[in-house]
Design a binder for this molecule. Structure first.
Ligand code: FAD
Length: 319
């Protein structure tokens, strides 16, 4: 069976959830194999086995983690050439990974598909689905040349554990080219940890817009009751009510959670561009004509300062 390579996203070996989703998708397409680059493999090993990685390629190259994306593309290309038959390379859709994927596709002379929301096995290789134009269209696509390189949005699959897997560990020595050494990491600063999940990876996102009038309290309380992340529209960010790192949309983050709750957000096209692929969309808006209602699965016409606290109480009662 052909292998499906998954680039492991991790912080010092702590494997991030999108990688477990990709291993689950990889199992549909062939034999899941993880590619681990950087320090901390010992911390990652158990998780990779738990989610069914049959093989782990551990890339070793002097100082590889000291450089930006270029060495990772070289490392993945080296793994592809060492691995034998490879059905696809999967990466979680993030800014960094999309850059790696583009460089890798050029190196492999392969086709590239980014931001897939579904990947299934097809007769001639993986078949992907992308959601475009504010979710108005779905595009089904396949790579027609080379080893398909595919980036997949977080929350596109429910991670499945697999019992009794002991991955074969394969070491891949890589020498980073001078070309890939032209940009170097000079400092890494840990992000301040709130108790909330990372916005782009969260299964639930509750966002607030101009309708909050700067009071994100009810939005945060509802997000916390559901164990979700907090997002914001650009109007809220531009007003200085919430940090830009929480902005959802065309010029902010792209999210694809299981549940997206838009409160006090009108639903401008630029906002939709960042959340249209969410599985279930709920809006709370006091204007029944707000464009966001064209997009939602459930809409509540009402004042967010009344609706959100009631919803929060209901959730907490059921806990
Ligand atoms: P508004 O459009 O002002 O909507 C506020 C809504 O809140 C209204 O529908 C109102 O009925 C409702 N409301 C008011 N009070 C209450 C209440 N008490 N309870 C319930 N509802 C209430 N926007 C983004 O979000 N993300 C982006 O990345 C982004 N990128 C952009 C890029 C470009 C190049 C441009 C030109 C614009 C971009 N925008 C982006 C801005 C976008 O066009 C909208 O201006 C913005 O999304 C509006 O934010 P909003 O929905 O919070 O505010």
């Amino acid at each position: 069976m052909s292998q499906v390579l998954v680039l492991v996203d991790h912080v010092d070996g702590a494997v991030r959830k999108p990688t477990t989703e990709l291993l689950t998708i990889a199992a549909r397409l062939g034999e899941p194999a993880a590619v681990f680059i950087g320090q901390g493999y010992d911390n990652a090993a158990a998780t990779l086995a738990e989610y069914g990685a049959q093989k782990v390629y551990q890339v070793e190259g002097e100082g590889i983690e000291d450089y930006l994306v270029a060495p990772k593309a070289e490392a993945l290309a080296a793994v592809v050439s060492q691995a034998g038959e490879v059905a696809a390379v999967l990466l979680a859709s993030s800014g960094e990974n999309k850059e790696i994927a583009g460089r890798l596709a050029v190196k492999l002379d392969s086709g590239l598909i980014t931001d897939a929301v579904d990947v299934q096995a097809g007769e001639n290789g993986p078949v992907t689905v992308q959601s475009v134009f504010a979710a108005a269209f779905s595009v089904t696509a396949s790579v027609t040349k080379g080893v398909p390189v595919i980036t997949v949005k977080p929350n596109s699959a429910e991670p499945q554990t697999v019992a009794g897997v002991t991955p074969e560990l394969v070491s891949v020595p890589v020498t980073i080219s001078d070309l890939a050494r032209t940009a170097k990491v000079v400092e890494r600063r840990a992000k301040e940890k709130g108790g909330r999940p990372e916005l782009t990876e969260a299964a639930i996102v509750v966002s607030g817009g101009r309708g909050t009038d700067g009071n994100f309290g009810p939005v945060e309380s509802f997000a916390d009751a559901l164990g979700g992340a907090v997002g914001a529209s650009r109007a809220a960010v531009d007003a200085g009510w919430y940090p830009h790192s929480s902005q959802v949309g065309q010029t902010g983050k792209q999210v694809s959670p299981t549940l997206y709750v838009a409160s006090g957000i009108s639903g401008a096209i630029q906002h939709r561009a960042g959340m249209q692929t969410s599985k279930t969309i709920v809006a709370i808006n006091k204007d029944p004509e707000a464009p966001i209602f064209e997009l939602v699965d459930f809409g509540v016409v009402g004042d967010l300062f009344k609706v959100l606290p009631q919803a929060t109480d209901e959730v907490l009662k059921r806990k």
